[in-house]
Ligand binder design. Structure first.
Ligand code: GLY
Ligand code: MN
Ligand code: MN
Length: 441
């Protein structure tokens, strides 16, 4: 296996854990991501499927992993592209069926072209199949085809599985809890993203367009060996900050405006997800300062609720209370705070939640509720804290000075035994620290 921060032994442990959790007599099928064509002869940048990578560490397309607990010839099978000197000349190295055994600890490797002949035989005799139906429609059809192949041979004594179980529940519960090694990689991913955001703050006064800050961030990522961001970066100057998924990043940055940057790295398969909002010219105006401080107070209140045993929604509820009370204090809302919270009067200003799981995917897997109740936070879980206030340009219910201001402050947090660790603490959040960093350049 190539030298990666997550060791081969950890990948093996993940497979063993999943197999322990699987019911007796079952088999799991996990397909890789596929190349997505952009046009003839050009594909979109490839990114391995996180579930597949979590279990295999293998980053080639056109592969299928099979876990068959108790299989005599070995429990861990990979189907992959065969070696092909002609194709490898064009597209690069392939591990091949022998390579996946040698380099990725598979017990057996088979060419993907032989899967129709081999996989039905592996499935046969297992009453239960773990598989994530509905995510890869073409692959779903293949699974059904293999199933029917076995059913067609029932009279020869073959046993077709009677039960398909969603693999997501077991696998995503494993992924939700990060090991020490995973947290260490997420710390690095967070530190890299923090460095990139600091650089954007430093360069803001010297650039003209949003995309130039996008470029500064990507340059920092790529200089660290990261080929892709965890998601398309959002660089929204002025009122663009109020468009939650603004990714055009092509407008001019204006003196006197804020700019909101939401960007994170896909670092060795672990996402960071940071948002900072700062003045293009390095100094907050009075209305910007007031709203920014309110978002920061909500951030702090939410963070204090990140404690093992607290329900997942405790940070959100804390942020809602601080933001609603603050909007009343500043005159953007009026009325009784409890009633306004009950009526969700804050929603035109704060329409998203304060948190999501973070991990190999930016909005990472894992259930938020168990049996209809918000899940309790536990050590090893990683999440964002990201309150925001966005005042629509056409909100005539508020004074003109507030309109068009959009602010979000987002950090990546690991739940620890005693509370939390901020994985993205190396980029300033406090007003005076942001102004000091920007004044320094
Ligand atoms: N960058 C996506 C999010 O903050 O959730
Ligand atoms: Mn986020
Ligand atoms: Mn974000």
């Amino acid at each position: 296996m190539p030298m990666l921060r997550i060791k081969a032994s950890e990948f093996a442990r993940r497979r063993a854990r999943l197999m322990e959790d699987m019911a007796p007599g079952s088999i799991a099928i996990i397909p890789s991501a596929r190349e997505v064509p952009r046009n003839s002869d050009v594909n979109f940048p490839f990114r391995q499927d996180s579930d597949f990578y979590y279990l295999t560490g293998f980053d080639e397309p056109d592969a299928v992993a099979v876990l068959a607990p108790g299989r005599e010839q070995g429990e861990y099978v990979i189907f992959c592209r065969d070696r092909d000197p002609e194709r490898e000349l064009w597209d690069g190295y392939r591990a091949g069926p022998e390579g996946v055994c040698r380099e990725y600890q598979a017990d057996d490797g088979f060419p993907i072209d032989d899967i129709d002949d081999i996989l039905p035989g592996l499935i046969e005799g297992h009453p239960r199949v773990y598989y994530s139906l509905g995510r890869h429609l073409e692959f779903d059809a293949k699974v059904m085809h293999w199933l029917n192949t076995i059913r067609a041979n029932r009279r020869a004594g073959l046993l077709a599985p009677g039960e398909f179980v969603d693999l997501n529940h077991l696998l995503h519960d494993l992924r939700l809890f990060k090991s020490a090694a995973e947290i260490a990689v997420m710390r690095e991913s967070g530190a890299l993203a923090a460095r990139a955001h600091c650089r954007a703050m430093r360069e803001a006064k010297t650039v003209t367009y949003e995309y130039q800050l996008d470029a500064a961030i990507m340059h920092e990522f790529m200089m660290a060996g990261v080929r892709q961001a965890a998601y398309p970066s959002i660089v929204g100057g002025g009122t663009n900050a109020c468009v939650l998924h603004y990714v055009e990043n092509r407008d001019k940055l204006n003196d006197g405006d804020l700019v909101l940057i939401d960007a994170g790295a896909d670092y060795d398969y672990y996402a960071s997800d940071i948002t900072r909002t700062f003045p293009v010219n390095g100094r907050f105006s009075e209305p910007q300062r007031a709203l920014y401080q309110l978002v920061l107070d909500a951030h702090k209140a939410a963070l204090e609720q990140v404690l093992p045993g607290n329900p997942f929604n405790a940070p959100h509820d804390a942020s809602v209370r601080v933001i609603t009370a603050g909007l009343v204090r500043l005159g953007l809302l009026s009325g009784d705070v409890d009633t306004l919270i009950e009526e969700e009067a804050y929603k035109p200003f704060y329409m998203h939640r304060v948190s999501h799981w973070l991990g190999m995917d930016v909005h990472d897997v894992g259930d938020y509720k168990v049996d209809g109740i918000w899940r309790a936070l536990e050590p090893g879980m990683t999440l964002t804290i990201e309150p925001g206030i966005y005042v629509a340009t056409n909100n005539t219910d508020v004074e003109a000075k507030w309109r068009g201001i959009g602010i979000r402050i987002e950090d990546d947090i690991a739940v620890t035994k005693s509370g939390y660790e901020i994985l993205t603490d190396d980029v300033p959040r406090e007003i005076q620290d942001i102004e000091a960093l920007m004044a320094d350049t």
